[in-house]
Design a protein around this ligand. Sequence first.
Ligand code: KE4
Length: 425
Amino acid sequence: MSRSEELFKRAVERIPGGVNSPVRAFGSVGATPRFIEKADGAYMTDADGKSYLDFISSWGPMILGQNHPAIRESVIKACENGLSFGAATEKEVEMAELICEIVPSVEMVRMVNSGTEAVMSAVRAARGYTGRDKIVKFMGCYHGHSDALLVQAGSGVMTAGIPDSAGVPAGCTADTLSAVYNDLASVETLFETFPEEIAAVIVEPLAANMGVVVPKEGFLQGLRALCTKYGAVLIFDEVITGFRLGIDGAQGYYGVQADLTTFGKIIGAGMPVGAYGGKREIMERVAPVGPVYQAGTLSGNPVAMAAGLTQLRILKENPQVYTDLNEKGTWFFGEMRRIVEEAGKPWQVNAEASLGSLFFTGTPVVDYASAKTSDTAAFSDYFKYMLEKGVYLGPSQFEAMFLSAAHTREELSGVLELLADYLKK
Ligand code: KE4
């Protein structure tokens, strides 16, 4: 029995599914999860000493690669001053100033401890600011596990095939309206039906939790216009895209400004960090200056801020990182598409910048319904083949591949060869 199998056997006794987050369980791909011992650059090494080229990057945070020396050193240095104070610190001011400097639509920002918290808080701020109750989300988008957002969600919810979570009272989702990603008419209909009741529209500006689904031309611009017309808050959930598509995220990449934006992942560089921010007039409704309550013992934790500040400063001071990363992504996913076509397979490769997904369906994937036409059994077979060959993909058809600055073209060429061999099977 491998160490991972031994550890998994123990884990399932004391942790639901043996994991602290469902997408790690490998349940949907029918394999034993690998228990990871360490990671460096583009590689992770499991408890049995086997190394994998890593396409998870901790689900996005490790854009510069794992175990980056400067980030590691900043964490160690911060630890020497203590781990947490429950009091204001200079690093929180620096982080807030840096985010507001980098993202033009963000005038004020509040740190929290996860993307879930960031989204939950942003939705509450939008409701408090507008005095309205309803929110619009898109089927297949995932915004963390707060009650109101667990409606036809993507990521682990979609992977598990549970359209909505048990344990969420009907009242918690009664004001959550679902629209179709890339379908502006589905949003317009909701606004026409509830012209003065919709507090916010929340969207992944580049969807990455039903696999990668790229916004159609005009989709984001249309959401911006509808929210402005009806006085609703446009929330961009940039937990994945923030500081990934470019230094100013999807807003800079697609040229559409949100009223509120949620962040996570990259801003913590692997430490537990989330944030929400945007228009001053909205954020000043948040306690203690306003009536919208939100709090957190470890929010703005100085060690986590040290990690995030180091990563964001490296990204801000080295724009070439994005040029190289996005060119690498365009090449890699373009090659994947070419190899799939040359193999005569109908599969779809959706990609944008350093994010991409191979969907096992002949249907163009533009929304939740088309993503769900994918053959998840075929994906599982592909996943296990790649894992055996030392390539660690997200263990779900409905997750993205994340490239980092640490992935070399030589290593990626090796993955493309494995894909070509696999498709010949
Ligand atoms: P967290 O609470 O997991 O930090 O963030 C929730 C969240 C919010 N918004 C978006 C767009 C997200 O992608 C996420 C979390 N992403 C998943 C991966 N698709 C996290 C992985 C997991 O659940 O273990």
